[in-house]
Write a protein that binds this ligand. Structure first.
Ligand SMILES: Nc1ncnc2c1ncn2[C@@H]1O[C@H](COP(=O)(O)OP(=O)(O)O)[C@@H](O)[C@H]1O
Ligand SMILES: O=P(O)(O)OC[C@H](O)CO
Length: 498
């Protein structure tokens, strides 16, 4: 009998295949980074074919390293970067354009004119370059003949989950899950189906869209890649992390610090509308059970600010070096770094903002700027925690965290200091992959109940706040002033290179 469950975690920066046992313990993994293609300022693209090849390689290597065979896996789950748009030829399976990544801002001129009230009411989302619909529209508008081909069903759209399932099943299934669909800006939150009026608004043909399915059910088997293994879950990565952190009850929340940062709170089976700049999204749906909704505070730049210091400025050799470098100074000496590379997401939703480093004198060094980048991750999180409290009435007495950046103990200490509440990291830091594995395992009966999963969660480390209220208040005031200085930088009235 199969003793393990696998998870494909296709993130913004890398793709992992991870294998878990019944106690939720990691048995093996393989991970590969893919290229971040940035042909112009504001454009961020991935090569969907590279992502698929990396997926195949990570599965093969993880199995070889652990000595396991496909028959040892009871099921696999898929979790993925959300919103990113893949368009491919339905006959050949070849991508017809670069994948436009969620961080890409080329559509800012398109979203500037959208009706916020309509979009929030139908989809729970504010107008923003972040979501899939304007990206699909842009590709259909800018590629001659593509819209006509899409009308004829010759070109298909999918978020990355859909792309991977289509490939794993040899082109047999064009489906997506409801959490991913809820990020397209095309799904109506009331009936969880594509909204014809929104399709018309963005000029997107229905024929190119996948069928919307639940997050945990057997969609099919993983073809020749993992013969006989059921593909039993697909769930957006932030929702998967909510699930992996076992936030099954209304009011339970987690924050994942990856390329971006994402705080999600379970709000139960009724969607809660935000009036403080958060998103209403689907948390997960099991088979034909009622969907569970979530409120989300999405932060566009989190670990990507560290990547930028490493890759563009060259002040770090590795992301981990940010802890050592920032630790050389006691504070940022008045420097604030607002990493609005893709504009500001929650709770501000300001596409006209761009990144700013303010407060510099000749005294400052790369250490101060790096420390300011870590602080920015934490101040942005504080902003969404506050919005969450206002929208939900739930004040968090501890923040459950996960994701790549949580390896940085200095950053997590700063987070506790800036929030004024403890920060708790679980023993399994790969909560996203774990959440997808849990969803798949539940769907095939590998785990019997949510209680089995709760029993698997253990705390690894907790950080306690140490700043005085006065120091915290001073930092927040300075942060707000820096946010103001990042605004009104981009003219949104016309398309073009910025
Ligand atoms: N020790 C660290 N300190 C700060 N940032 C880190 C550290 N380790 C990784 N990161 C950042 O975490 C991100 C990767 O986290 P991960 O959860 O794998 O993200 P994703 O799912 O978006 O690919 C990268 O942006 C990287 O810069
Ligand atoms: O790749 P991550 O982990 O930063 O997650 C990306 C999000 O899904 C974007 O919405």
């Amino acid at each position: 009998m199969a003793q393990y469950v696998g998870a494909i975690d296709q993130g913004t920066t890398s793709t992992r295949f991870m294998i878990f046992d019944r106690s939720g313990t990691e048995i093996g993994r393989h991970q590969l980074e893919h290229r971040q293609i940035q042909p112009r300022s504001g454009w961020v693209e991935h090569d969907a074919a590279e992502i698929w090849e990396n997926t195949l390689k990570t599965i093969a290597v993880a199995l070889a390293d652990t000595g396991l065979a496909a028959s040892d896996l009871a099921a696999i789950g898929i979790t993925n970067q959300r919103e990113t748009v893949v368009l491919w030829d339905s006959a050949t399976g070849t991508p017809v354009a670069p994948a436009i990544v969620w961080q890409d801002t080329r559509t800012d001129y398109l979203v500037a004119g959208l009706d916020e009230e309509l979009l929030r009411e139908r989809t729970g989302l504010p107008p923003a370059t972040y979501f899939s619909a304007p990206k699909i529209q842009w590709l259909l508008d800018h590629t001659p003949g593509l819209r006509d081909r899409a009308v004829r069903g010759e070109v298909l759209f999918g978020t990355v989950d859909s792309w991977l399932i289509w490939n794993l099943t040899g082109g047999a299934l064009h489906v997506t899950d409801v959490t991913n669909a809820s990020r397209t800006m095309l799904m109506n939150l009331t009936d969880l189906d594509w909204d014809p009026e929104l399709l018309g608004l963005f000029g997107i043909p229905r024929a190119m869209l996948p069928e919307i399915r639940s997050s945990a059910e057997v969609y099919g088997t993983a073809g020749t890649v993992l013969p006989g293994v059921p593909i039993a879950a697909a769930i957006g990565d932030q929702q998967a992390a909510l699930f992996g952190q076992t936030c099954f009850e209304p009011g339970e929340a987690k924050c994942t610090y990856g390329t971006g940062g994402f705080l999600l709170m379970n709000t139960g089976t009724t969607p809660v509308r935000s009036s403080h700049g958060l998103i209403t999204t689907v948390g997960y749906r099991f088979g034909d059970q009622r969907p569970v909704f979530a409120l989300e505070g999405s932060i566009a730049a989190c670990g990507s600010a560290i990547q930028w210091l490493r890759d563009q400025l060259g002040v770090l050799d590795t992301a981990g070096d940010s802890e050592t470098l920032a630790g050389r100074v006691d504070d940022s000496a008045g420097v604030c770094f607002v990493p609005a590379f893709s504009g500001l997401f929650a709770p501000y939703w300001r596409p006209d903002a761009r990144a700013a480093i303010v407060g510099l004198s000749r005294f400052h060094t790369a250490a101060h700027i790096t420390r300011a980048a870590l602080e920015a991750i934490c101040y942005q999180t504080r902003d969404v925690v506050e919005a969450m409290a206002q929208d939900s009435g739930t004040v968090l007495d501890c923040l459950q965290v996960d994701g790549g950046v949580t390896a940085n103990a200095l950053c997590m200490q700063l987070q506790a200091d800036i929030l004024g509440v403890p920060v708790s990291r679980p023993a399994v830091a790969e909560t996203t992959a774990l959440g997808a594995a849990y969803a798949a395992g539940l769907a095939v009966g590998f785990w019997a109940s949510l209680d089995d999963l709760r029993a698997n969660r253990h705390e690894d480390r907790r950080w306690q706040p140490s700043w005085t209220p006065a120091r915290r208040a001073d930092g927040i005031t300075r942060w707000r002033a820096a946010i103001d200085r990042s605004l009104d930088w981009v003219n949104l009235t016309e398309e073009g290179p910025r």
